[in-house]
Design a binder for this molecule. Structure first.
Ligand code: LLP
Length: 425
């Protein structure tokens, strides 16, 4: 008899008769066919996640701009472009990727504290929808570059609303001590400065308070502070066509219960309506919440190594593929692809082959595994492949997109020749 047990937080991943499936494909089939480490994404999970935003914002003048940094693989971007998404980019490279995936340039917005002149020119030439400007110095440079190219740059100012998103310090961005945005108390002066620059056209205001946020309250606080500011800016005669509340909504890595995008937006829209801003154009920049739980990373157990203080399970994926545990002590669930009946569990630290003690993927995990088994590291759709490196001269992994019973290779494994391509001795 087939038993189907979906994993919590991962509706597209389920165990059937002891084997993990993503949509309708057994993960061991994919590991065998494509090798490991291997990233596998569920297209349906991505579309369902996008649908939650679209439902939450339905009937409003709204644009969902996927934050490309979360996962910038062309095959993933194309799924979102075809579903009508805009894109939030932070570099010329991300712009090139979004355009290659079929993005409408008018639906691209450009964030980031350190845009270069060359990137500004590239984005102006492409005709992007908005520059999210992060400092007064950047306003001056963008004005000059726009005038040189004979265009007016559409701009929004990123305001730092100084609210605590209660997340990891490395990924909280809306507090006073962060490098991001223009201080709340400087905002009006910065808008007046922008209004005097002929190369700029002010179209909006934006903020982004952090990432992996698991409650609605920080968003409501940020929204209130932004609306206070908009009232003051507009009273000074500067009209703002759109409000962009950034990204940041969290996902379930280990039992977290963030609000769904739909519920979050119901609450935010109620506040916007109550304060008379319900008709304003809205932008959002979600990254993790559109792709994070769509992905798993398959890895092979190379060795098990019993130790006096700890047992190690050494696998062929490492911190170069999955950097989040090493960087943020992040938790990712780890599941055997095929459950082993009759083998007792041992508590392991799951580690990669890289020569650093920081190269761990999971600590103190009870697993029943032998060398040669495959493990699935869960919730790796966001900020894993896009942050992957070649450290220890390891080739970057392959990626497969699954839709129903169909798997498509969307990135082949890097070869050693790929790695040497840009170098000369
Ligand atoms: N908009 C801006 C301006 C951002 O800086 C970010 C993320 C986003 C949108 C998307 O945020 P999301 O919806 O994905 O939370 N590498 C870290 C996360 C860094 C987030 C940086 N900014 C991690 O692995 O947790």
């Amino acid at each position: 008899m087939t038993t189907l047990v979906p994993l919590p937080g991962h509706p597209q991943i389920a165990r059937r008769d002891g084997v993990l499936y993503i949509e309708n494909i057994a993960l061991d089939t994919l590991a065998r066919e494509y090798g490991t480490p291997l990233f596998v994404y569920s297209k349906q999970w991505i579309l369902d996640a996008l649908d939650a935003y679209q439902r939450g914002l339905s009937g409003r003048d709204a644009l969902i701009c996927y934050a490309v940094k979360a996962n910038s693989t062309l095959g993933v971007l194309r799924v979102l472009a075809q579903a009508g998404c805009g894109f939030d980019i932070v570099s010329g490279g991300e712009l090139a990727r979004a355009l290659a995936a079929g993005a409408d340039p008018a639906r691209v917005i450009f964030s980031g504290v350190g845009k270069t002149r060359a990137e500004m020119r590239q984005a102006l030439d492409a005709g992007i929808g908005c520059f999210n400007v992060e400092s007064e110095a950047e306003l001056e440079v963008l004005d000059a570059v726009a005038r040189q190219t004979g265009r007016r740059a559409p701009v929004s100012l990123r305001i730092n609303p100084d609210v605590d998103p209660k997340t990891h310090p490395y990924i909280s961005t809306g507090l006073k001590g962060n490098k991001f945005g223009i201080a709340h108390e400087r905002a009006l002066a910065a808008y007046q400065h922008a209004a005097r620059l002929p190369g700029l056209e002010i179209i909006g205001i934006d903020c982004h308070i952090g990432s992996q946020i698991t409650a609605a309250a920080p968003y409501l606080d940020a929204l209130d502070r932004m609306l206070d500011l908009i009232e003051r800016i507009e009273a000074a005669g500067i009209a703002l066509r759109h409000i962009d509340l950034g990204g940041g909504l969290g996902i379930d890595y280990n039992g977290e219960t963030p609000p769904s995008a739909e519920v979050l937006w119901q609450q935010l829209l109620a506040r916007l309506d109550a304060r008379g801003f319900g008709q304003r154009r809205l932008l959002v920049e979600p990254g993790r919440s559109l792709v994070g739980n769509a992905g798993v990373c398959l890895t092979e157990v190379l060795y098990t190594k019993p130790g006096a203080a700890k047992n190690f399970c050494i696998v062929d994926a490492a911190m170069n593929d999955l950097p989040r545990p090493a960087m943020y002590e992040a938790f990712h669930r780890i599941e055997p692809v095929r459950a082993r009946a009759g083998l007792a569990e041992t508590v392991y630290d799951v580690v990669g082959p890289i020569c650093e003690s920081g190269d761990w993927l999971g600590r103190e995990r009870a697993l029943a595994v032998h060398a040669g088994d495959w493990l699935a590291v869960l919730s790796v759709g966001a900020y894993c492949m896009s942050m992957a490196s070649n450290y220890n001269s390891r080739p970057r992994a392959s990626e497969v997109l699954v839709s129903g019973a169909q798997a498509t290779l969307i990135r082949r494994r890097e070869t050693l020749a790929d790695q040497l391509r840009c170098e000369s001795d």
